[in-house]
Design a protein around this ligand. Structure first.
Ligand code: ASP
Length: 354
C-alpha cells in the first residue's frame, strides 16, 4: 500500500509518528452535506501549533482515510505494519482514528503488539478540526504531549491507550459511551491512566510498567469468524438458533444481564450446549458497563458454568470480540484459546487464572 508521508518538525527531543486513518477529526462536508474524511496535509494547516512543539513529528496517512465504521481486519494489520516498520525510528505513535470504533482498534492493537514498550496513543474528535468549537486540536496536542512524556529517557507510557477529552485510558478497557458530548470515552472497570489539566497528572500505579528489554513481536493472524449474541427479555428460540447454528462461526461473545445471568429456559441452554458440542467457544460478557461476570452467583448463571460457557470477568465487549478474533487467528490449540480467554493478555481484564 502507498502511504502518504508528511514531515512536520525535523527536530525535537522525542520523535512521534502520527498515523492518520480518518474519522471526524479530519472530515469536511461533501456536496450533499454529509461528513467525509479528507487528506491530512490540509489538517496540519489547521493546527499550526504542531510546528511549535519540541517534538520531531511525521505524519503517515492511510491512502484513503476512512470513517471508522468501516474499520476491519485489514486496517488493523495495516496499522500494526506501519508501527512495526517504524518502531525503531520513533519514540512513540499517535493514531488518529474515528471515535465510533476506536475502542475496538485500541483493544485489537494491544493484543497484536506483543512486547510493546513504547506509547501508542489513539485519539480523534467529536467535531471536525475545521469547526470553531472542535475538540480535535486539544485532543491531538495533549496526545502528543503524553506520547512524548518520559522519565530518565524511558517513556512514561508503554502500552496502547485512548486519549480523549482530558482523559488517558487503557485502550483495552476503553469504551465509547457518548456520541453527543465531548466526554465520549470512559473505562469504567479500570482507573484513568492520566488526566490532562494544567499539568498532565499520571496515575503511575495504574500504568503498565516499562520493560526496556521487551522486544516488539507483531502478531497479525486474525480470524473474523466470531459473533456477538446480545440477549434480551423475550428473545426467541429461532433468533438464538440462527446465530448459534452458523457453521462458519467459531467464537461467540454472549452479552448477558447483570453479573453474567441469562434466561435458563431449557431451549436456551440446549442451544448453548449444541453450539459448544459443535466446537464453538462461548465467552460470557456483561451488558453492564461496570462490574463483572460471576457465573454461579445466581441460579440463572450456574448452568453456564456446568455446560462450559467461559466467564469473561470484567472485560468489555469491544475487548472480548477482538480478543476472540486475535486468539482464534493466532493460537491453534482450542484448549489454549479457551484458557487465554479467561486471563489477561494486555491488561484487558482482571487476572483470573493462569
Ligand atoms: N463516524 C466517525 C468515525 O468513527 C465518528 C468520529 O470520528 O467521531 O469515523
Amino acid at each position: 500500500m502507498k502511504y502518504k508521508i508528511v514531515n512536520i518538525n525535523d527536530t525535537g527531543v522525542r520523535s512521534v509518528l502520527i498515523i492518520y486513518t480518518g474519522g471526524t477529526f479530519g472530515m469536511i462536508q461533501d456536496a450533499s452535506g454529509s461528513l467525509a474524511p479528507f487528506n491530512f496535509g490540509k489538517v496540519v494547516d489547521r493546527v499550526p501549533e504542531l510546528r511549535q512543539l519540541d517534538i520531531k513529528l511525521t505524519v503517515i496517512s492511510f491512502p484513503k482515510p476512512i470513517d471508522s465504521s468501516n474499520i476491519g481486519i485489514q486496517d488493523w494489520k495495516d496499522m500494526s505494519y506501519i508501527i512495526e516498520e517504524n518502531y525503531a525510528q520513533y519514540d512513540a505513535f499517535v493514531i488518529l482514528h474515528g471515535t465510533d470504533t476506536m475502542a475496538y482498534s485500541a483493544s485489537m492493537l494491544s493484543y497484536m503488539l506483543e512486547g510493546l514498550n513504547k506509547p501508542i496513543i489513539f485519539t480523534g474528535a467529536q467535531m471536525p478540526i475545521g469547526s470553531i468549537r472542535s475538540d480535535a486540536r486539544e485532543n491531538l496536542i495533549a496526545a502528543l504531549e503524553i506520547a512524548s512524556a518520559h522519565n530518565n529517557g524511558n517513556p512514561i507510557i508503554s502500552e496502547v491507550c485512548v486519549y480523549f477529552n482530558y482523559l488517558l485510558l487503557r485502550g483495552s478497557r476503553s469504551q465509547k459511551l457518548r456520541s453527543s458530548t465531548f466526554a465520549a470515552f470512559e473505562s469504567e472497570n479500570y482507573p484513568v491512566l492520566a488526566e490532562a489539566g494544567i499539568e498532565i497528572e499520571f496515575n503511575y500505579a495504574a500504568l503498565k510498567p516499562h520493560d526496556e528489554n521487551a522486544q516488539l513481536n507483531v502478531i497479525n493472524n486474525l480470524d473474523a469468524n466470531v459473533t456477538i449474541l446480545k440477549i434480551f427479555p423475550g428473545i426467541t428460540e429461532h433468533s438464538v438458533k440462527s446465530i448459534l447454528s452458523d457453521p462458519q462461526i467459531k467464537g461467540v461473545v454472549l452479552e448477558s444481564f447483570g453479573s453474567g445471568n441469562t434466561m435458563n429456559f431449557d431451549w436456551f441452554i440446549d442451544c448453548l450446549i449444541k453450539a459448544i458440542e459443535g466446537g464453538k467457544i462461548i465467552l460470557n460478557v456483561s451488558q453492564c458497563i461496570g462490574g463483572e461476570v460471576e457465573q454461579g452467583r445466581y441460579e440463572t448463571s450456574k448452568k453456564l458454568n456446568e455446560i462450559g460457557v467461559l466467564s469473561g470477568g470484567d472485560i468489555t465487549t469491544e475487548a472480548a470480540v477482538t480478543k476472540m478474533m486475535f486468539l482464534l487467528g493466532s493460537v491453534e490449540d482450542v484448549n489454549e484459546v479457551k484458557k487465554k480467554l479467561t486471563y489477561s493478555l494486555a491488561g484487558e481484564m482482571d487476572m483470573m487464572e493462569e
